[in-house]
Write a protein that binds this ligand. Sequence first.
Ligand SMILES: *Cc1c(COP(=O)(O)O)cnc(C)c1O
Length: 339
Amino acid sequence: MIDLRSDTVTKPTPGMLEAMFNAEVGDDVFEEDPTVKKLEEKVAATFGMEAALYCPSGTMTNQIALRVNTQPQDEVICDKRSHIYLYEGGGMASNSMVSSRLVDGDRGRIDVSQIEANINPDDIHFPRTSLVSLENTVNKGGGCYYSLFQISKIGEFCKANGLRTHLDGARVFNALQESQEQPSAYGDHFNTISVCFSKGLGAPVGSALLGSKEDIKKAKRVRKVFGGGMRQAGYLAAACIYALDNHVERLTEDHRRARSLGEAFEGLPITNSILSVDTNIVIVNLKKPYSPASVLAKLEEKGIRAVPFGPEDIRFVTHLDYDDNQLDETIEIVKKISF
Ligand SMILES: *Cc1c(COP(=O)(O)O)cnc(C)c1O
């Protein structure tokens, strides 16, 4: 099976397993795991942040960030395609008791004018607008990304207007690798950043929340309440350190393969349009009468797995366990697909 359902399906490489096997560990709830500490310091420094907190999932880092950056009854401005809104089970309402103000950005990328137009007046009838949350790359936008310039404009505007900022950076390394920009500048523009190790970076488990020392201290309390305090987590953190050292630059290969895969769908009878492939995500909009279910079933028959992504779309994600041979095989199958 060629599995392109997500970049989360990868297995640890032999080098990564060796790093995990050799990890020095301790009880991280007692703050005694040296490998977790090392990971947290390393990733915080990479993004120009003071501190970090290793957590079991990207959903948890986002949910903790919402709690740390808001008060109950506040409102969060985010794009309507945001993971925090669409794919976290309504957690922002139940975990943080906040509402969302959805804007329709350019494939999920919002700008200063949209933020400005959605800040509520200081009036007791309205929820207090306290946080702006961005996603980079945008999953539902087909892996498109913000430039550092766009991010700095938003960061400066929010700072000047007393709004906090969060980045859902589940795939932020894909954005940085493609734009060839430096992560160190991000720390200036966000109060909190969530970074996933279990997506394109190929680690088995975990995400980090980055922020100021003060915010990460609060985040640690919230993580405990959410049940995310882990004990000898250094075995997992070792895989994340290995991924930061070895799997960032190679993301370019995932992007090249995704572009080739997108091209394979061009001009096919089933294809209505393909979102421009900017990183490792390919979204194909199907022509009627072809439905995601029918096309995915046909692909599955031939040994390729992808996911439905809305009523007319299917999504493919390239990753560490998808090589050029599999790409050639996929292209051959896709070009011959017929009903
Ligand atoms: C995958 C993902 C997350 C978090 O995912 P987990 O499966 O909880 O680790 C958050 N945001 C985006 C954009 C994602 O794609």
